[in-house]
Design a protein around this ligand. Structure first.
Ligand code: AMP
Ligand code: MG
Length: 399
C-alpha cells in the first residue's frame, strides 16, 4: 500500500485550492464575524478635534498658578463660542472641544472654585489632559488590515473612525450533507438500529464560527439516487461537506457518486487518527470535503481541513489551526503510523497550560468528547510522550 499523505501535505493540497473569493461592501453594524477584504481606513481624524481628557478647566499653562475668571462652560458636543484669551479659564467636560487659545486642562480636583473664578495653586504642564486631534488615528490611515475577522474591538474602532461600510469577503456558502440510512432526526423516536444524527448539527455550528453561510441539506439514506440528487444540490455551494460514506464498505457511496458528478478527487485518506478516511476534491470552484461518519473523526477533519479552507476562502492570511503550547498531565502512547489528535481538558497551573487527556478516545465517543476543550497533537512515532512532555494543542471552543 502506498504511504498515506501526511497532515501537512494534505493541508497544503487544500489550501492550494482555497483562494480568497470576491468581496462585498458590508455595513459596520452587520459586519461582526466578517473578514476584511481590503485595509479599512479612517475617514476622520480621531479624536476629530483636540478634546479634554478630564472634567476641569481649559487654561493657558503660562497663566498658572493664579486665579482666573471662568468665561464660558463647554459641554461635550458643544464647542465654545470664542477663543480663550490670556488670563481666562473655561469650564470643560470630558470629551469637550478644547478651545482655541487654551493649551492645557486643569482637572476640577486641583482648583478651588469661587463664584465665577478658579484658583489654581499649582502649575500645569502645557498639553496636560488634552487629547490631540488625530492622536488615535489620522484620516486615511489604516484602522484594520485586510484579512482580519472583525470582532467587537475592530468594529468599535471602525465606527469611531467614521467607517460606515467595510469591504468584506463574501461569506462562503457551505452545504452540509449527512449520509447514512441509520440516522434519525433529533427529537424523533429511535427505531431499531437507528442512532441520532449529530454530525450535521455539529459541523453547522463549527463552521458558523468561521463565517460560513450554512445550507443544511436533509439527511440522505445510503441509496445511490438519493445521494446523486443531494450531492448535485450540494455542489452548487462554494463548499460541500459530507459526513459518512467515505470508508471502504459497500454502503459507502459518497466518493463514487461525486466522481460520477464530475468531482476531481485530490486526496483520500490522510495519516491522522481519528479521521483517516477523509476525502477532498474539487468541481470547478467548489471545494468538496468528505468527512468520515464517526463523530469525533468528523470533528477532527473539520478542524484540520474544513475550517482552514473557509478561513482561506475569506482571505485570512494564517488559515491553519492555531496551535498553543502546553504540557501533558498523563503519558500518551504514540502511534507509529499516524499523527493522533487526543481530546483533553486544559487547566492552568503555575507553569502554564496542563492538558488532561480524557478517557474514551474512540472515534465514536462524541459524548466523552463533550468534556474536552482541547485537541492535543501527538506526532506519530515510537514509544510514549511522558507526563510533563510539551505538546501542541488546538482550542476546541473558538473559531
Ligand atoms: P460511515 O463513515 O458512514 O461508515 O459511519 C461511521 C460511523 O459513524 C457509523 O457508526 C455511523 O453510524 C456513524 N455516523 C455516520 N454519520 C453520522 C452522523 N451524521 N451522526 C452521527 N453518527 C454518524
Ligand atoms: Mg454510513
Amino acid at each position: 500500500m502506498s504511504a498515506l499523505l501526511t497532515l501537512p501535505q494534505a493541508q497544503a493540497l487544500v489550501l492550494a485550492r482555497a483562494h480568497a473569493r470576491a468581496a462585498e461592501p458590508v455595513s459596520v453594524g452587520a459586519a461582526a464575524g466578517r473578514v476584511t477584504a481590503e485595509p479599512a481606513r479612517a475617514l476622520v481624524d480621531l479624536p476629530p478635534f483636540p478634546s479634554s481628557a478630564m472634567d476641569g478647566f481649559a487654561v493657558r499653562a503660562a497663566d498658572l498658578p493664579g486665579t482666573l475668571p471662568v468665561v464660558e462652560r463647554i459641554a461635550a458636543g458643544r464647542p465654545a463660542r470664542r477663543a480663550l484669551a490670556p488670563g481666562e479659564a473655561m469650564a470643560i467636560s470630558t470629551g469637550g472641544v478644547v478651545p482655541e487659545g487654551a493649551d492645557s486642562i486643569i482637572p476640577i480636583e486641583y482648583v478651588v472654585q469661587h463664584d465665577n473664578a478658579i484658583e489654581a495653586r499649582e502649575a500645569v504642564r502645557p498639553g496636560a489632559h488634552v487629547r490631540p486631534r488625530g492622536g488615535d488615528v489620522a484620516a486615511g490611515d489604516v484602522v484594520v488590515e485586510a484579512g482580519v475577522r472583525l470582532g467587537p474591538v475592530q468594529l468599535g474602532a471602525l465606527a469611531a473612525a467614521g467607517v460606515a461600510e467595510v469591504a468584506c469577503a463574501r461569506r462562503p456558502r457551505v452545504a452540509i450533507l449527512a449520509t447514512g440510512s441509520e440516522l434519525a432526526r433529533s427529537g424523533d423516536e429511535l427505531a431499531p438500529g437507528q442512532i441520532y444524527e449529530s454530525n450535521g448539527l455539529m459541523l453547522a455550528a463549527a463552521l458558523a464560527t468561521v463565517g460560513a453561510d450554512i445550507d443544511a441539506l436533509p439527511v440522505v439514506a445510503d441509496d445511490e439516487s438519493a445521494h446523486r440528487k443531494a450531492l448535485e444540490r450540494g455542489l452548487a455551494a462554494d463548499v460541500l461537506v459530507t459526513s459518512g460514506g467515505v470508508s471502504v464498505g459497500p454502503h459507502d457511496l459518497v466518493r463514487a457518486i461525486e466522481a460520477e458528478l464530475g468531482v476531481e478527487e485530490v486526496f483520500w485518506r490522510v495519516a491522522i487518527k481519528p479521521g483517516k478516511p477523509v476525502s477532498f476534491g474539487v468541481r470547478g470552484e467548489t471545494l468538496v470535503f468528505g468527512l468520515p461518519g464517526n463523530p469525533v473523526s468528523a470533528l477532527v477533519g473539520c478542524e484540520l481541513f474544513v475550517k482552514p479552507a473557509l478561513r482561506a476562502l475569506q482571505g485570512q492570511p494564517e488559515p491553519l489551526p492555531r496551535f498553543e503550547s502546553g504540557v501533558l498531565a498523563t503519558p500518551l502512547q504514540r502511534n507509529d503510523a499516524r499523527d493522533e489528535f487526543v481530546r483533553a481538558r486544559s487547566r492552568l497551573d503555575r507553569n502554564g497550560v496542563v492538558l488532561e487527556p480524557l478517557s474514551g478516545q474512540e472515534s465514536h465517543m462524541i459524548a466523552r468528547a463533550a468534556a474536552a476543550d482541547a485537541l492535543v497533537h501527538v506526532p506519530r512515532g515510537d514509544g510514549e510522550l511522558a507526563a510533563g512532555a510539551r505538546v501542541a494543542w488546538i482550542r476546541l471552543d473558538g473559531a
